[in-house]
Design a protein around this ligand. Structure first.
Ligand code: SAM
Length: 249
């Protein structure tokens, strides 16, 4: 029997998931950044800032970041702003529409020289071993069909001493907040998606896919199995999001 996985709340053949995910992000690309602000009530900015604080790019000397599933470049721009003049960021994403918006944003910010955008699958990164000081993935890993493969690739391209950081929706652990969060996720977000992006279904997938993602302890165990050392995670905003960290030592 063919291997299966989940696409939102549905079980689908493993081979079919990536195409379905790609359709979602082709559909939402144009409104992606606006929808992030609306859906998260601006909180995604604080979550991304927490990730960038952990990346901690140096103020002097070279630093190479790989932002996997980096979409429209949010993490890359923040790391460039936080680091010194020799900080460079590579955004890789499987979706040309998301990357095109990222490239336009980089040009508008005068960051075209220091941020590069590369179309690539997180499961097969087109980079040499031990090339990057840090590898990040924000709200991307749950969309990748073969998560273990993507983690192994992130590990491979990190230098020894490099750090992997993953920001992802997680399991709300505050009584009361969980019910409010469920109501908001399943009722408000798809409606917002319909009104703002003309697409309720894609936003329903995004909400459902959060529920199918491993809990933070299980995801931390996956990082350890990949080979990452000193694995830890930090829940943010009552567990709406978790920031996982691991080192290649
Ligand atoms: N990291 C960005 C951010 O935080 O704003 C974008 C996150 S967006 C929710 C998820 C991204 O994952 C999309 O841009 C999508 O194209 C990308 N993606 C999905 N599957 C991927 C894969 N296999 N390899 C690389 N990128 C992938």
């Amino acid at each position: 029997m063919a291997e299966s996985t989940h696409f939102g709340s549905r079980d689908v053949p493993l081979e079919d998931k990536q195409g379905m995910v790609d359709d979602v992000f082709h559909s939402v690309a144009r409104r992606y950044d606006l929808m992030n602000d609306l859906m998260s009530l601006g909180l995604h900015r604080a979550w991304k800032d927490a990730l960038v604080t952990a990346v901690n790019p140096p103020k002097s000397g070279p630093f190479a970041l790989l932002d996997i599933a980096g979409g429209t470049g949010d993490i890359a721009f923040r790391v460039i702003d936080a680091g010194g003049a020799a900080t460079r960021a590579t955004v890789c994403d499987i979706n040309t529409d998301m990357l095109d918006i990222g490239r336009a944003r980089a040009a508008a910010r005068g960051r075209g020289e220091v941020v590069s955008f590369i179309e690539a699958n997180a499961e097969a990164l087109p980079f040499a071993d031990k090339r990057f000081d840090a590898a990040t993935i924000a709200f991307g890993i749950r969309n990748v069909p073969r998560i273990e493969q993507a983690l192994a690739e992130a590990y491979r391209v990190l230098k020894i001493g490099g750090r992997f950081l993953c920001l992802e929706f997680s399991a709300v652990d505050v009584p009361g907040l969980d019910r409010l969060y469920d109501f908001y996720s399943f009722n408000v977000i798809p409606r917002l998606g319909r009104v703002v992006a003309g697409d309720a279904e894609s936003y329903r997938y995004l909400v459902e896919s959060i529920r199918r993602f491993p809990n933070p302890q299980s995801f931390a165990a996956m990082l350890r199995t990949t080979g990452f050392a000193r694995v830890s995670f930090q829940p943010l905003s009552g567990g709406i999001v978790a920031l996982h960290s691991g080192w290649r030592l």
